[in-house]
Design a protein around this ligand. Sequence first.
Ligand SMILES: Nc1ncnc2c1ncn2[C@@H]1O[C@H](COP(=O)(O)OP(=O)(O)OP(=O)(O)O)[C@@H](O)[C@H]1O
Length: 442
Amino acid sequence: MQHNAGRIGLLEDDPIMGESLVQRLSLEGHKVQWWTRGEQALRELSAHVGDFDLVICDIRLPDMNGEDVFRQSCCESSTPFLFMSGYGDIDQAVRLMRSGAVDFITKPFEMATLLDRIASSLRSSPRDSLEGELGISASMRHVEMVLRRYAAHTLPVLIQGETGTGKEICARFLHQVSGRASSPFMAVNCAAIPGELLESELFGHERGAFTGANQLHRGYAERAGDGILFLDEIGDMPIPLQTKLLRLIEDGHFHRLGSEKPIPFKARIVCATHQNVESEPGRFRQDLYFRLSALPVAILPLRERPEDILWLAQRFLDEITEARDTPVRGISALAEDVMLEHQWPGNARELRNRLERAAALSENTLLMPIDLFPDKRAGHVAGSVATLSEARDAAERRQILRVLSMTNGQISEAARYLGVSRTTLWEKMTRFGIEGGARSEN
Ligand SMILES: Nc1ncnc2c1ncn2[C@@H]1O[C@H](COP(=O)(O)OP(=O)(O)OP(=O)(O)O)[C@@H](O)[C@H]1O
């Protein structure tokens, strides 16, 4: 694994551990500053805001707690923290990850493991994630950063978002950036398999376990090996099966139906749902929810991250034109305008479907609004004539979104193309409800 060199602050009170870490990290090319007390670290971090790429922090310190150092330093800077925790501190480490710490590692650890974690923490810092693989909006960049942070762990991940927002894509991305990429990604749609079959599909069954079980069947949990078991629409899992899933998580093993022999479960569980499972205690076991949501991810609907619309459309169209014979080569400006105004109730899936259908049926080189929205009547809706200033705002908003998509969300570059200052662009983005406008930097 490649190690990016960075400027690292090390907060460790144990002299032997501290010394050996400083030596090793320096050998790897990192510049290390070592502190043994929390207030010393806080002082230096506040005097040199933005100078550190990463802080490696012990949780138990002589004068204060690593958690307090993190929370106090968060007020002034966004330097990522990688925590080193003793065995009993796991719950605290999970809490810290959820409140923004970049990673944690349990003591004792192998030096090679720590170096890998440092490398991935440095890669997941915002300044390195400008490319955007899942989207260019601030929220999708954040999702991507969070998934990279979660990648090295074994704890379950719960991905929540409206239908079609890209929850499975995110789960696959997590698989790709984790050390499990060469192991299976086993996806199970809990809503698509009838309740009475789901158990044997998930856990497998022995020959003769029930009428019709003519041969041994290995379930998804077994076939996932040490990869990822992706449980889609987890909110639709029947309660008795939820109990068995909880037992699998707690015991670390399961049984095929018709057998008492425990089979170790080595995969990582990633779940997705479009429902608020946490607010449905009658339908979803809260103890299971608590387990599954150790590391949560929320995906915004497409209408709330309009910067991603044209970016996704271009990606989908590239895939479609590569895979099939179509005269379509691009999207007209008029069609882009309508796409930017559309509310996308079906999110990214609706976008892909509309493009697929348009590419199959259209004879135009550039897709027109009617190709993408045959269900929408062209022209104005009676009684909704826009004022000149509304029309100007709408046109400005569309042009900003178009250029942001062209520059992969880079605000400075977009401002240059648009011939305005970065501050003016931010102000306009905020006024037009483009979420990147709320960001302070990119
Ligand atoms: N960020 C993205 N990059 C590329 N493709 C995406 C992205 N988000 C969504 N898609 C595409 O949109 C479609 C829907 O995505 P996906 O199946 O991941 O959504 P979902 O939230 O899991 O849906 P559901 O709630 O119905 O299970 C897929 O065709 C997927 O390839």
